[in-house]
Unconditional design. Sequence first.
Length: 351
Amino acid sequence: MTRAPDSVRESAEEPFQQRVAAADLVPLWTFFKEWFAAEPRVGAVPHLWSYASLRPVVMESGAVVSTADAERRVLVLENPGLAGRHLATDALYAGLQLILPGEFARAHRHTAAALRFIVEGENTYTAVAGARCYMRPGDFIVTPSWAWHEHRNESAEPTIWLDVLDVALIRLLGAGFSEHYPEAEFPSAVPPGDGHLRDGRNLLPVDLERGTGASPVFAYPFDYAYEALEHLREHSEWDACHGVRMHYIDPTTGGPAVPTISTFLQLVPAGFATTPYRSTASSVVTAVRGRGRVTIGRGSDATTFEFGPKDLWAVPSWQHVSVSAVEESILFSASDEAVHRKLGVWREQRS
């Protein structure tokens, strides 16, 4: 059979394309290679946010808008490759939240699960379902889906923390709900530290009934986590791709502390360089302390950033990552690995 010239075929296809569009249809073959590519294609790009540059702008926001007007005073980390989408990676929302001395952020709740990683400040609390947790730098706080939460700064200094939420997933699923608590404050239900004492000491109440939600131990102090990293540094073999890395878990199930967000604390000893590693998960990383270099990508596509204390960076899906520590570096990371594992699409590559 003789193939018709391209010009003839294009002329014949035009009425067909019009009929397809009129029927609210789109030919799969026009975007098949994009949707079913050999490897992941994402919009996010490797990017580093210098905390020294961010902090003055974050502090300026305190003079521009109040917590009463803003609901939550957050400046969102928007990846340059995702302009207008308000996301740090294709799957993760992240931002820096500021609460000034004496300020109170009233209780609300939403179906998106959230975490807080404290960057600076003390004597500020987050209350989750009436349980207060006073926060210090390096502490990791869980805000489960649909849990009432509020914040108050009782100190004389500002408090800043990193927020990471699964809101991109919730919006994709069309499952986004939110609600404001009708009273000025949510009533205190238990004394501070109750969750850790009740569920986080390798003991559980005999009548505990666990569902599928987030960890009941919603506060993970940095001092405890760092002590564990230090012990492993001295008494275990360092992982070539990660140095010393630990996963925050729900002690009642062994699963991730936030069902949809995996969280890690990592120690990279001074002078240690990790072997390039990549996975299907995207990540938001912050340096708790230390200095070094992080390289994202490989070969001519690689991007290298110099990082220092409190800097943040985005790692897109399926990008090689390696870290070289000039000083001992402690890194906190949040990723969508938990969702990948639940869906059975998780992949990693060590090289």
